[in-house]
Ligand binder design. Structure first.
Ligand code: SF4
Length: 203
């Protein structure tokens, strides 16, 4: 069990952090609102492993820099993640959110003393499905008995992105899983493939 000192009148929130750039604004908001924040990293959706390490390093560096405690769960079981998310009858992103949120709520319940609620930096991203995130966070809150703190952090998108650019921190170019990486680079290579005269190539 991790114990973190907190003043009597402050609420303690576990902030699931998907990456450093998306952490800046939500963490700032929570501190301004009087919460004591404990960060939590658990993102087995980041592929390949070298990219996972880069994002994890950036998150650790950021929390260290601002002096906020961070719990890292560096479990990285790609085959389990793929089995649970890439099946015909499963919505990939929904399953991915559930894997990460269930671990965050479980950790808040079992590993940190006195956490009042859980929230996530995924609510900052304009690229995630906000409604599905909400549904799953509420489900996991009910299952675990730990409160969910909701805020639509997307309102601080411009500020968060500006602070990220100014800090010079590592900022990724795709969501995380290998499919999102393919989608991103496929879009990028479309003009080149067109110029080569087809959707396949023989480099
Ligand atoms: S696109 Fe993003 S949210 Fe969806 S499965 Fe891949 S990593 Fe998870």
């Amino acid at each position: 069990m991790v114990e973190i000192a907190v003043s009597e009148d402050s609420k303690k929130v576990l902030l699931h952090s998907c990456c450093a750039p998306c952490t800046i604004y939500p963490l700032k908001r929570l501190e301004e609102a009087g919460f004591t924040v404990v960060g939590f990293f658990y993102n087995p959706n980041i592929h390949p492993f070298a990219e996972f390490e880069k994002r994890l390093d950036a998150v650790i560096e950021y929390y260290r820099e601002i002096g906020v405690p961070l719990i890292v769960n560096a479990s990285y079981d790609v085959s389990d993640f793929l089995k649970r998310t890439f099946c015909d009858d499963v919505d990939r992103c929904e399953a991915c959110y559930r894997i990460r949120f269930s671990k965050a709520f479980e950790t808040a319940k079992e590993e940190v003393v006195g956490i009042d609620a859980v929230t996530s930096t995924l609510f900052f991203s304009k690229y995630q499905d906000h409604e599905v995130l909400l549904k799953i966070a509420k489900d996991e809150s009910v299952k675990s008995g730990v409160s969910f703190h909701y805020e639509d952090y997307r309102t601080g998108w411009d500020e968060g992105r500006r602070l990220c650019r100014e800090s010079g921190m590592y900022s990724q170019k795709y969501c995380g899983c290998i499919i999102s990486e393919e989608e991103r680079y496929q879009k990028k290579s479309e003009p080149l493939l067109k110029a080569l005269g087809g959707d396949h190539n023989e480099f």
